[in-house]
Design a protein around this ligand. Structure first.
Ligand code: NAD
Ligand code: UGA
Length: 453
């Protein structure tokens, strides 16, 4: 039985390793983290990340061939293959602050592997990193004349939160990048063998390490670009009276464009899109490609614009004053089916509304505890599990996250308890706007005509 170790028990490390353990009973999989609280949660029924279907997979494998521990060095000593799944946030200090990736956690991990290894190890770079990081990690691992050999392979992760188990179970592709010959090729093949337990051969793409690293940044940049593109059109729709959903349907029917990722909304959130694009921008700038950098940076600027635009629309609907008015926020997670609030558009929008001295009540089925952390120090914000209670005496409601349960609320009941005239902003276009209008709401969809009483 070979030993797989994963360093970093976060949104990627935990679910990915649970899936490998479930599909590969011939491997022992250990996930380690320095965060003891997180490891305790992985060892309980209250997992640190909410993902539909994850608990079932974890429970089926835990303590059989899936283990969660804080013993990083012991894990390294026993490992044949190590996945590095640590965080690679945007640098907040020094050169490249606000743009470049902070690779300190990757580097620390590489040094620890070099010091504690007890055999030759394949080191799998799963964290999202700038191009050439595998080379840097390789240099750290081979410095100081170590006793053992290390082969670095890039294997970026493409799962999306909320659908992680589905994505891992049936990935569009698995990407493995490494050196094409000798021990490099052997390491790529060894990793491919693990995925081949459940992924068909044609979906396992083997390439060189640098292309693999850059494919991950490029994929996220293209996806985010689609969101910014459709959001830019939503602004034009509001100015012209066209309907962004009709446009998305029409262009999405073109098989060259495709229907996915054309939903206008409050902008992309999540821990990665913004950080990975800024990382790409920084890379371009470091190579003197200013025009390329500017091109990609515009995707992030458009995202900020969309959020500011929504705040302006809200203000305008309220006669430019919301001081003292109660605002019900439906959803705080950056998308449905996750408790993750990192970079959620709701953060920016709520902060701007709080600056205008609105009284804000936030509802979310899974993200209240994270929302509280995001909004530490922000005044006039309260939280509620119950949207009906939260709606009492509100002047307006803003749907921020497309949770299924918010589509089925009793909006008549909500309207009755709100102040008149009651307005509702549907930033995700998931509610029945005609129905809401007929109930008596002023309805503000995104990228289409408002319905005003
Ligand atoms: P995360 O912050 O949820 O988890 C990272 C974990 O690594 C943390 O628990 C942290 O304590 C741990 N860690 C850091 N340094 C460590 C060390 N030296 N030893 C042991 N543990 C250490 O991050 P995440 O969302 O899982 O993302 C991890 C990487 O995967 C990032 O590079 C991210 O860009 C990429 N990625 C994330 C997603 C996603 O959906 N979240 C998807 C694809 C790729
Ligand atoms: C995204 C990518 O989809 C994954 O492939 C990638 O692995 C991951 O980033 C990562 O590297 O972290 P994720 O951020 O979890 O996954 O979720 P997405 O479904 O991509 O949504 C991102 C944001 O875009 C959300 O805020 C979502 O609401 C928004 N979005 C998405 C839209 O506004 N419109 C759309 O049509 C699609």
């Amino acid at each position: 039985m070979k030993n797989i170790l994963c360093i970093g028990a976060g949104y990627v490390g935990g679910p990915t390793m649970a899936m490998i353990a479930s599909k590969c009973p011939d491997y022992k999989v250990t996930v380690v983290d320095i965060n003891e609280e997180r490891i305790d949660a992985w060892n309980s029924d209250d997992l640190p990340v909410y993902e539909p279907g994850l608990l079932e997979v974890v429970k089926a494998q835990r303590d059989k061939n899936l283990f969660f521990s804080t013993e990083v060095f012991k894990g390294i000593e026993e490992a044949d293959i190590i996945f590095v799944c640590v965080n690679t946030p945007t640098k907040t200090f020094g050169k490249g602050a606000g743009r470049a990736a902070n690779l300190q956690y990757c580097e620390i991990t590489a040094r620890q592997i070099r010091e504690h290894a007890k055999r030759d190890i394949i080191v799998v770079e799963k964290s999202t990193v700038p191009v050439h990081t595998s080379k840097v990690i390789g240099q750290i691992l081979s410095s100081g004349d170590p006793k053992y050999k290390f082969e670095v392979v890039s294997n970026p992760e493409f799962l999306a939160e909320g659908t992680a188990i589905k994505d891992l179970n049936n990935p569009d592709r698995v990407l493995i990048g490494g050196r094409p010959n000798g021990t490099g090729k052997a390491a790529v093949d060894e990793l491919a063998k693990i995925y081949a337990h459940w992924v068909s051969e044609e979906r396992i793409i083997k390439t060189d390490g640098w292309s693999s690293e850059m494919s991950k940044l490029t994929a996220n940049a293209f996806l985010a670009q689609r969101v910014s593109s459709i959001n830019s059109i939503s602004a034009l729709c509001e100015a012209t009276g066209a309907d962004v959903e009709n446009i998305a349907n029409a262009i999405g029917a073109d098989s060259r464009i495709g229907a996915k990722f054309l939903k206008a909304g409050p902008g992309f959130g999540g821990s990665c899109f913004k950080k990975d694009i800024l990382n790409l921008v920084y890379l371009c700038e470091s190579f003197g490609l200013q025009e390329v950098a500017d091109y990609w940076e515009q995707v992030v600027k458009m995202n900020d614009y969309q959020q500011n635009r929504i705040v302006s629309k809200i203000m305008k609907s309220q006669f430019n004053t919301i001081a003292g008015k109660k605002v019900l926020i439906l959803g705080f997670a950056f998308k449905a089916d996750t408790g993750d609030t990192r970079e959620s558009p709701a953060i920016n929008i709520v902060k701007q509304l709080a600056d205008e001295q609105a009284e804000i009540v936030i509802c979310d089925p899974k993200a209240i505890s994270n929302a509280k952390l995001e909004l530490i120090g922000v005044e006039n914000v309260s939280y509620s599990e119950d949207p009906y209670d939260a709606a009492k005496n509100a002047h307006l409601a803003v749907l921020m996250t497309e949770w299924q349960e918010y589509k089925g609320l009793d909006y008549q009941k909500i309207l009755t308890s709100m102040e008149a005239p009651a307005s509702i902003f549907d930033t995700r276009n998931v509610l029945d706007h005609e129905d809401l209008f007929n109930l008596g709401f002023n309805v503000y969809p995104l990228g289409k005509k408002p319905l005003i009483q």
